[in-house]
Structure formats: structure tokens, C-alpha cells
Design a protein around this ligand. Structure first.
Ligand SMILES: Nc1nc2c(c(=O)[nH]1)N[C@H]1C(S)=C(S)[C@@H](COP(=O)(O)O)O[C@H]1N2
Ligand SMILES: [Mo]
Length: 367
């Protein structure tokens, strides 16, 4: 550690695990880190050294040749998966349920949870369809598909391995993968290598890394990270008293949008201000429009940039005239049902700080 950011109180450590300089490390162990905004603002795909990393325990080192996956009692090596099934690549955004929690923390404190700003990234994931493997083993067609991994977390008491589940329809959907390549290179250990589950459109918690077991069961996983964590509790409830089944379990995410440039506190010259960001639609929806406002009154429609397909964020950009003074840059996204993001994070505050989809507001000083 080399110090603490005076504004955010966060560690300004030299990032590790191959992450780029400028990475914010929320925790070294387990490793939890997010990229600087500029690293996401540039291309549509997120480079490995800029991809956020979210862990609940130590990163296991697993030899790809030793790794085996147990699917309902049938065991597969990586070679067997690769040779036995058609390979598919899906460009998908991974978003943690805690993405943009920092704006909820400003509403009211959220003890024990990291104030993520950008727990989000987009990659090309290559592997086989989970549905093809489930079909090959003759798995039941109904229920939930539970994943288990070997990394042990001390967050639950007693400590336990990481796991979660998704409903059968999502497990069998063509976008859901057992993936071993990320952006066309072997999946790094930090991101779940040799093989992870990728569940596009669902909170990152369901995309289990280092997956070693797949089970079909009538109910969702009893694992702590499905049954107790990653649930939206009512604002007035005590998160320490919450037990299995309390609150709303997070699966699919809702329409979201954030500003990547400018950043809070930036000094910008008067004239034309370039505002850039991303918008992310819920599954089976598309981003239809993004508007940006800097004067508190007029909204200007942003240009939607390259379309990376139905499972990826949509980058956007707009230039707006700004005059000297303190200004707040605000963005709002719409989807193809005409729905908009909620405006106020205060309405979304929840004790664990999940699923913030409120309009982003970036205070800047124009000179
Ligand atoms: N085995 C395992 N899988 C996991 C986790 C974990 O701690 N252990 N974290 C989950 C969470 S909460 C998120 S947001 C994503 C993060 O993936 P990344 O670290 O590759 O960005 O992995 C998910 N899969
Ligand atoms: Mo997450």
C-alpha cells in the first residue's frame, strides 16, 4: 500500500494481478479492483488489464489439464468439452450487482461493502453452450441449475465455497456459456480460468468462476451467495439479521447507464464538452436512446456508438456547449419499451447497495 486517496479514502495501492496503473484496489485479499474510467471510455471491448475483478475468497490456481467439470455425474475435461461440443463466442457485458454502489453510499452509508463505481466490463467469451452440455447428459428440463466452485470465502459463517444458480430457461438459453477464452486468449485465472460460467444479462454473481460442478435441482442454490447475499433488502431492514430467502434475489439486471467522461471534480474549459458513457439494457431489451443535460433544463440526445450485439453495453457520446461555473452533467437512458432509468438513487437505496440504476450525476467545474 502506498497511501490513501484523500477524497475517496480508498487505497491507492500499486495494482496487482496484472491490472493497469490507475486501477482502484478496494481490497487486496480477496482481490477486488476496478479500472479507471478512461480505460473503459475508449474501446467497446474491455481489455484484460482494465477488467474489474470481484472475488469473495482467494483466487485458486487450477491446472487446465487437471481441471474436470462434473455435470450431473458426468465428468468432462477441458479437451472433452472442446472436442465434444460446438464452440460459440458471445460478446457480453459482465456487471456486478454492486456496480455504481458509490452513488448509493452518498445517499446513506453501506457498511462492509466496497463503494464500486465501475464494476463492469465487456468481453468476447468463447466456450460451449451450457445448454448443449446439459442436453448431452440428459439433464431434467425444469428446475434450477446450480454451480459450485472451489474458492472458499470466509464471508459466510461457517466459511464455504462459492456457488450460485440460474433458472433452467436461462441455463439452456443460447447465450449462456461454459467459457475458457476471454477476448480471444485463454481465460486468466483471476477471471475464472480454466473455465467459468458466463450468464449474459444476469448480475455477475451468477457467472461462477472456476466452476467444477453443475447440478440440476428443483430449487435455487442454497449457497450463501445465492440464498443470503445478492438480494435486495427493504431499506428499513437490518442486513445483519437477514437470512436465507430474505429480500429479492438478483438475476437479470435492469436498464442502466453511466458517464465515463468527464469524471466528478474535473476542471473543464468552457465551450464544447465531450460527454461519454455506456448504457446497458435488461435482457431481451435494447438501449433506444440516451440523453444528457448540463444546464439543469435541456436534454440533448447522445449518439449511440457501435452495436456489439444484444448482450453488450452500448457506448454513447455527445458534445454539449458549457459555460463557466459549477455544473452537473446528468444522463438518462431509455430502452425499447420506452422505460427510463429512475432519476434518484435515494429511491433505490438498499442495505447492501445493489442494483443502482439511477441517473448518473457528475459535478464538474467549467472555467
Ligand atoms: N467462484 C467464484 N465465482 C465468482 C465470484 C467469486 O467470488 N467466486 N464472484 C462473482 C461476482 S460477484 C462477480 S461480479 C463476477 C466477477 O467476475 P470478474 O472477477 O471476472 O470480473 O464473478 C462472479 N463469480
Ligand atoms: Mo458481483
Amino acid at each position: 500500500m502506498v497511501g490513501t486517496d484523500p477524497d475517496t479514502g480508498q487505497c491507492m495501492c500499486i495494482p496487482s494481478h496484472g491490472k493497469r496503473l490507475g486501477t482502484t484496489v478496494h481490497e487486496q485479499s480477496p482481490f477486488n479492483a476496478e479500472p479507471p474510467a478512461a480505460a473503459l471510455a475508449d474501446p467497446g471491448l474491455t481489455r484484460q488489464d482494465a477488467f474489474y475483478s470481484r472475488n469473495h475468497g482467494p483466487v485458486p490456481e487450477i491446472d487446465a489439464h487437471e481441471w474436470r467439470l462434473d455435470v450431473e455425474g458426468t465428468s468432462y475435461s477441458l479437451d472433452e468439452l472442446a472436442a465434444g461440443f460446438d464452440q460459440h463466442t458471445v460478446t457480453a457485458t459482465m456487471q456486478c450487482a454492486g456496480n455504481r454502489r458509490a452513488d448509493l453510499v452518498e445517499v446513506r452509508e453501506i457498511p462492509g461493502e466496497d463503494p464500486w463505481r465501475r464494476a463492469i466490463g465487456t468481453a468476447r467469451w468463447t466456450g460451449v453452450r451450457l445448454g448443449d452440455v446439459l442436453a448431452a447428459v440428459g439433464a431434467p428440463l425444469e428446475g434450477h441449475v446450480a454451480f459450485s466452485a472451489p474458492d472458499v470465502s470466509t464471508i459466510p459463517d461457517p466459511a464455504s465455497g462459492y456457488g450460485s444458480s440460474v433458472p433452467m430457461t436461462k441455463a439452456r438459453a443460447p447465450e449462456t456459456l461454459l467459457a475458457w477464452r476471454m477476448n480471444d486468449v485463454p481465460l486468466p485465472a483471476l477471471h475464472g480460468g480454466p473455465v467459468r460460467v458466463v450468464v449474459p444479462g444476469y448480475v455477475g454473481a451468477r457467472s461462477v468462476k472456476w466452476v467444477e460442478q453443475v447440478r440440476v435441482q428443483p430449487e435455487p442454490s442454497e449457497n450463501y451467495f445465492q440464498a443470503t447475499a445478492y438480494r435486495v433488502l427493504p431499506p428499513e431492514s437490518d442486513p445483519d439479521a437477514a437470512g436465507p430467502g430474505d429480500g429479492i434475489s438478483l438475476g437479470p439486471w435492469a436498464l442502466n447507464c453511466d458517464i465515463l467522461s468527464p469524471q466528478a471534480g474535473d476542471l473543464v474549459p468552457s465551450g464544447d464538452l465531450l460527454v461519454e458513457g455506456y448504457a446497458l439494457a435488461a435482457e431481451h431489451r435494447a438501449v433506444a436512446r440516451v440523453d444528457v443535460c448540463v444546464d439543469g433544463a435541456t436534454w440533448t440526445q447522445a449518439e449511440l456508438l457501435n452495436d456489439l450485439g444484444p448482450w453488450a453495453w452500448r457506448r454513447w457520446r455527445v458534445r454539449l456547449p458549457v459555460t463557466a461555473g459549477r455544473r452537473t452533467v446528468v444522463a438518462r437512458a431509455w430502452d425499447d419499451t420506452g422505460a427510463q432509468q429512475p432519476s434518484d438513487p435515494a429511491h433505490l437505496w438498499n442495505p447492501k447497495g445493489y442494483a443502482n440504476t439511477a441517473w448518473p450525476r457528475i459535478p464538474v467545474e467549467v472555467r
